[in-house]
Design a protein around this ligand. Structure first.
Ligand code: PLP
Length: 439
């Protein structure tokens, strides 16, 4: 009997014993192609020699030094690297141990910023339905997935949620993508007016929706409209790129492709590629300067922030991405993945939408294409696809509740940047077989 409280108490999981490249091996000797990088984490695959060597070297030199006593060379170097490659105006990185912690830190940074500059009346956040920002209480509160929020709702800070940018279901018949985006910006404007623009701290959004929505991409102009609206009201824009960032969509930050610069940018997953738990908030100079001119501190902190081994792993991952030109490779492989998905599922009667960018793509399953009607949630189609895929040696990241937190199923693919064309062939082939078996 296990003494680990696993995610699902009644499921028994295979025991992972080894991993190399894009393959994980279990104790029974079965191999699984990691076509989702776990949860869009393992951007360099597994056992990358440069990352492993950098971690070994750091452990031998210095495994831990508390950040209230010391800084470390490796944390300084990682911050330099991240600021050098960040959107304009970003001047500092605040290191944490994962995505939820990054979101929590960003929320508190945003609130403290307004206290520091003499606008303490600002107390509201606005976020989007269908979003996922993490499972800690602050991050869960901004998240818009009803199923995840429901039983914890009495514990969550009050939140205003507006529509997600979900073109497949949200754009009206005959409406252009641009008009749809403008309609969403107007909806956000109404929400701001209801709360009073002077009372809102920030708008929080995933640049490309991930875990709970399945790679929903912003329509042209939408995020630029959001940015303008926030700026007009002095509201901060927090973009959460914990899942879609760090190269996954073909540029280091997904917001680069939107021509939008956030005030705070959260990153994690692909930052350390799964070699160590690490996340970060990248902050605009104006925010850090407000702290410097005011209290002189960010009132936050955890025991493991800036952990040297985590920083060493992340620095090595980011250097490999740069050295090996992996962003261009993500763009090329992303096009190849889309071609294969289109070829396999483009005419599939139960695949309503194929979407995403770079190596961050998803299919959404529907009972009927014409009406976009989802499957009965009781069928748990997403879970069936996951187990059929695992039975075929394939890891994908399916989720239910795509449409409204309860209905809808999608399958997210996020293969490592080091995958080959042959890997993509095998991934899409096995996924097609798993979908057929699950339906
Ligand atoms: C956009 C986004 N934000 C935050 C999180 C939470 O990250 P973590 O699971 O590392 O706490 C996730 C995780 O999937 C995510 O996709």
């Amino acid at each position: 009997m296990t003494h680990v409280l696993h995610r699902q108490i009644h499921h028994s999981l295979p025991v992972a014993v080894g991993a190399r490249g894009i393959t994980i091996t279990d104790a029974a000797g079965r191999e699984y192609i990691d076509a989702s990088g776990g949860a869009a984490v393992s951007c360099l695959g597994h056992g990358h020699p440069d990352v492993v060597a950098a971690m070994h070297a750091q452990i031998d030199r210095l495994a831990y030094a508390h950040t209230s006593f010391f800084t470390t060379e490796v944390a300084e170097q990682l911050a330099d690297q991240l600021v050098r490659s960040a959107p304009p105006g970003i001047s500092h990185a605040y290191f944490v141990s994962g995505g939820s912690e990054a979101v929590e830190a960003a929320l508190k940074m945003a609130r403290q910023y307004f206290v520091e500059i003499g606008q303490p009346q600002r107390r509201h956040f606005i976020a989007r339905r269908q979003s996922y920002h993490g499972n800690t209480l602050g991050a869960l509160a901004v998240g818009g997935n009803e199923w995840r929020r429901k039983q914890f709702a009495p514990l969550l800070i009050p939140m205003t949620h507006v529509s997600a940018c979900y073109e497949y279901r949200g754009r009206a018949e005959g409406e252009t993508a641009e008009a749809y985006g403008a309609r969403l910006v107007a909806e956000l404007g109404d929400a701001i007016d209801t709360l009073g623009g002077q009372n809102v701290i920030a708008f929080v959004a995933e640049t490309i929706g991930g875990a709970t929505s399945g790679a929903i991409t912003p329509v042209p102009g939408y995020l630029r409209g959001v940015r303008e609206l926030c700026t007009r009201h002095g509201i901060l824009l927090i973009l959460d790129e914990v899942m879609c960032g760090m190269g996954r969509t073909g540029t280091l930050h997904a917001c680069e492709q939107e021509g939008v610069v956030p005030d705070l940018l959260t990153i994690a997953k692909g930052l350390g590629g799964g070699y160590q738990p690490i996340g970060a908030v990248l902050a605009q100079a104006s925010i850090v300067q407000a702290f410097a001119a005011g209290s002189g501190l960010f009132q936050h902190g955890h025991t493991y922030i800036g952990h040297p081994v985590a920083c060493a792993a992340a620095l090595a991952v980011q250097r490999v991405i740069e050295r090996d030109g992996l962003l261009a490779q993500v763009q090329r492989l992303g096009r190849g993945l889309r071609e294969r998905l289109d070829a396999r599922f483009g005419e599939h009667p139960q695949v309503g939408d194929i979407r995403g960018r770079g190596l961050f793509q998803a299919i959404e399953l529907v009972r009927e294409r014409a009406t976009k009607a989802p499957f009965d949630p009781a069928r748990r189609l997403h879970a069936r696809i996951k187990s059929e895929a695992m039975a075929r040696g394939l890891m994908v990241y399916p989720m239910g509740g795509t449409v409204d937190g309860v209905q809808g199923d999608h399958v997210l693919l996020a293969p490592p940047f080091v995958a080959t064309d042959t890997d993509l062939d095998r991934i899409v082939e096995r996924l097609a077989a798993a979908v057929t078996a699950a339906l």
